[in-house]
Design a protein around this ligand. Structure first.
Ligand code: PLP
Length: 434
């Protein structure tokens, strides 16, 4: 049996996505095509919200913040607004898009290790709920903006908890060597908190950490939660203030292949909330308001990319190259990280996966691959290839390398398809050329 994520099924040998025939979608909207399943996205939002209700003492005890760098466009902000989630943005482009989608500014967290003066100004001017302070240089700029414009702002502060995790490995080290946030060990974080305490216009409400991405273990999150609670306790002892909001970031893993078995958000939340509760009890601290910032795990499995198979080259005893009509320009993740993906032939899903191929893109780079050693039914030109779990960090990482227009994005809801991002035209590519 082929690996299928939520909302995928097989009917008469064709792949169906949320009730829509993938081959029909490819013909109607063209390829390459990003297909997103709105029902699956909303189901993840509901699960995350429920995990806050079940494990944090009710829905008023925390909030899920969608890390929108995973997939950003007007429609996803509208969906997140409708679901009552907050969002993270990391640039003025993401902030602008969110505001244009009428996303409530108070529910926006603004991240980044090198926010520009203009970005900070835009965030302050629009009353963004939290600026997540990353460094002293930014603190100085914020102080200037707030006093010049007579604004008071609430901020979060990004801390390096000394836990670093990626997929199946994590390390507990000094981890002060990161471009993100303030270190605890060096005294840098405490120094910043003392400094903020003297600025009337800047109110530190929340401590934040983010330990990595595509993490399959609960343990690194538990460790990070403990380190952060210890630090909240130290801040109270040293400065006498109690930070009441804790943000543990994102990084929850998803399934790209049948070998991936990530915990559910309930599993994560159960253990994370337990660790926080125990620390709160030990230190006699209030249970903090909890934020989580999932990106990939909200949209990742809800996406499928459809391509048309073109040139096929069989090199005897070496490999078979199958080229598709997209590549690293719409999905750079294999080129960047050797990421695993599952490939299907959408018009012959019932056939045996007995043919080993290397799937290559059409860009002029030999590293332009989508997957190596993928097992699929024997392909031929004109077949529709589906790559599963491409909802996160694909469209948002797409480029116009080789002047290839970015694909369209189609959203599927209750068996109906609607275009949410148009395909770029050749003239779009010339728009800024003088
Ligand atoms: C990238 C990022 C996230 C989301 O990570 P995922 O792995 O997509 O869940 C959350 N918070 C911060 C600060 C990030 O940089």
């Amino acid at each position: 049996m082929v690996f299928l994520t939520e909302g995928l099924s097989v009917n008469k040998g064709h792949l169906k996505i949320n009730g829509c025939d993938a081959v029909d979608l490819a013909h109607e909207f063209g390829t390459p095509l990003y297909v997103m399943n709105e029902n699956a996205i909303r189901n993840r939002c509901v699960e995350y919200k429920k995990s806050i209700e079940d494990y944090c003492g009710g829905s008023g005890k925390g909030k899920i913040i969608y890390a929108s760098k995973a997939f950003s466009c007007l429609e996803i902000y509208r969906i997140m607004r409708d679901e009552g989630l907050g969002i993270d943005v990391v640039s003025e482009g993401e902030l602008y898009t969110a505001l244009k989608a009428n996303f409530p500014a108070r529910d926006i967290h603004f991240h980044g290790n090198n926010k520009t003066f203009n970005e900070l100004f835009m965030a302050v001017k629009n009353n963004v709920g939290r600026i997540v302070l990353d460094n002293f240089c930014e603190l100085k700029m914020l102080e200037k903006i707030c006093s010049e414009y007579g604004k008071k702002i609430d901020i979060a502060m990004r801390i390096k908890p000394g836990v670093s995790a990626h997929t199946h490995e994590f390390i507990r080290t000094g981890q002060i060597d990161s471009k993100f946030g303030f270190a605890i060990e060096t005294g840098e974080a405490m120094r910043a908190i003392k400094y903020i305490g003297q600025i009337d216009q800047i109110n530190l409400k929340e401590l934040h950490c983010h330990i990595g991405s595509q993490i399959f273990d609960v343990e690194p999150f538990v460790l990070a939660a403990q380190v952060m609670m210890d630090f909240i306790s130290s801040i109270r002892s040293e400065i006498g203030i109690t930070i009441k909001e804790l943000n543990l970031g994102g990084g929850f893993g998803i399934a790209y292949t049948k070998n991936d078995n990530p915990p559910s958000c309930e599993d994560y939340m159960k253990f994370i909330s337990k660790a926080i509760r125990e620390k709160a009890r030990d230190f006699n601290l209030p249970m903090p308001y909890l934020y989580l910032e999932p990106g990939r795990s909200i949209v990742g499995e809800a996406g499928v990319t459809l391509y048309t198979v073109g040139a096929i080259k069989e090199i005897p005893n070496i490999r078979t190259w199958v080229s598709i009509d997209g590549g690293m320009c719409d999905n750079p993740r294999y080129a960047l990280y050797r990421s695993d993906y599952t490939a299907l032939i959408a018009n012959k899903v019932e056939k045996d996966n007995d043919f080993k191929v290397t799937i290559a893109g059409k860009c002029c780079e030999s590293g332009d691959l989508i997957q190596e050693n993928a097992w699929i039914p024997k392909p031929k030109p004109g077949d529709i290839m589906a790559i599963i779990s491409t909802g996160a960090y694909n469209y948002s990482m797409a480029s116009n390398y080789n002047r290839i227009p970015k694909p369209a994005v189609v959203m599927l809801k209750d068996g109906k398809a609607r275009l949410i991002v148009k395909r770029q035209t050749l003239d779009d590519l010339l728009k800024n050329d003088l």
